[in-house]
Design a binder for this molecule. Sequence first.
Ligand code: ZN
Length: 481
Amino acid sequence: MTTIIADATIVTGDAAGTIHHRGALAIEGNRIAAIGPTKDVAARFHGAERVDGTGRCVLPGFANIHTHLVMTLARGVFEDLSPPHKPPFDGGLSPIPLPPMTPEEQRVMCELGALEALRSGTTALLEDAAHIANYAQAMVDTGLRMVLAERAWDRVGASIGDPTEFRRDEAVGRTGLERIERLHAAWDGAGGGRIKVGVSAWAPDMCSPELLKQVRALQQRLDTLCTIHLNQIWGEVAAVQAHHNMLPCEFLESIGFLNDRVIAAHCRCMAPLEEKILGRHRVKVAFNSAIAARRGLSPRVSELEAAGCTIGMGSDNMAEDMVEVMRTGLFMERVRREDGRDPTPEAALRWATRNGYAAMGVPDGGWLAEGNLADLIMIRTARPHLVPFLRPVSVWLHQGQARDVDDVMVDGRWLMRDGAVLSMDEARILREAEAVADRCWARLFAENPDIERPDGFRPLPAAAGGVQAVPLHPVGPGRGA
Ligand SMILES: [Zn+2]
């Protein structure tokens, strides 16, 4: 079965920045079979199903290489509660914890996050969380390409960014490693190879050197990706200095943790010598621009890139909207460098697509070329904010919106067509997610009367008793990460 998208504008995202105006793209199975002028492609594939691409632009789909889908539950709550950048550091990323959730509740919130990701043109994402087994099947069913990175840690009685004493609980570390192994055995390669299982160490101040070495050994044994939050907040840097008398990247290098299949998330509270360390090990960096901007922090992206790092992009626990992430990243880097021309829109598109795929271990995805994976999106250009569609990449970067995405294909399969999501029951997910939020937040406030509700919180129903909900991070007042 061959499909041809004909007479479209095709932004390939290849190294040369090739754009086909009034071009065609043929898809056979899960691969791109041809790209070129419509008449040439049509001549090669007689009898193919023809999709009219008139007034459409085909682009590579986004790779979101750092997200926590389950944290959609904290929308509108965490965004304005960032931790301090100067001592005293009290630990945690928000003074309000993420409410404990049942496995069912986790699944619904992750479906919501995946739905938003799909609607805004994401075709691949890396989910970093604990207890992913609770919703792995639902993630396979979304049709998206994913790396599921199950998380381990062994620090207890404290959260991220807390420079007080490091208390280690070996059993907590061991159960984390066991969860990773089980998830890998059950789900790696699922969905016809769309799903990979990676390993995650929470952060350098939440893991002992012994556990970090075990995570690294497990990464090698499973032959997979590894991810870690790194130089995320200044409290983390202070904690690693207090515990090891080293900077976070020095610490990870000293125990042999760094390699070219590590995705380091954030990399913003960082000394120049640490950028060089990451570059030397060809580490992949998740530039999580929207959450960096809302915290008032920024990585030095051009310096990381010059040092040898590959820059990809992630949403973290902000909107699963990579259009926003991509544009915010472009703006942040221009502000930081006081340069109105660099980075270019082409560079930002590469971070958010091809580089992200490469970081996820998929070098033949995230850009459109014959033989590559058929992961792509289509936008309709006859919209007031996209007309005139003169320079497609620039217009997409500067004027594009998530809702412009009408069609999404992953692995040769349409997940969204003409604005309708085909792989998920959108109405059910939206309805259930509102109900889950009511239940979880009502329970949290009922069980913790000392926690103050942020201004403007909507009325909640009475909390139901007897629910077996567990904190996702069993640490102190465990907060989001
Ligand atoms: Zn994160």
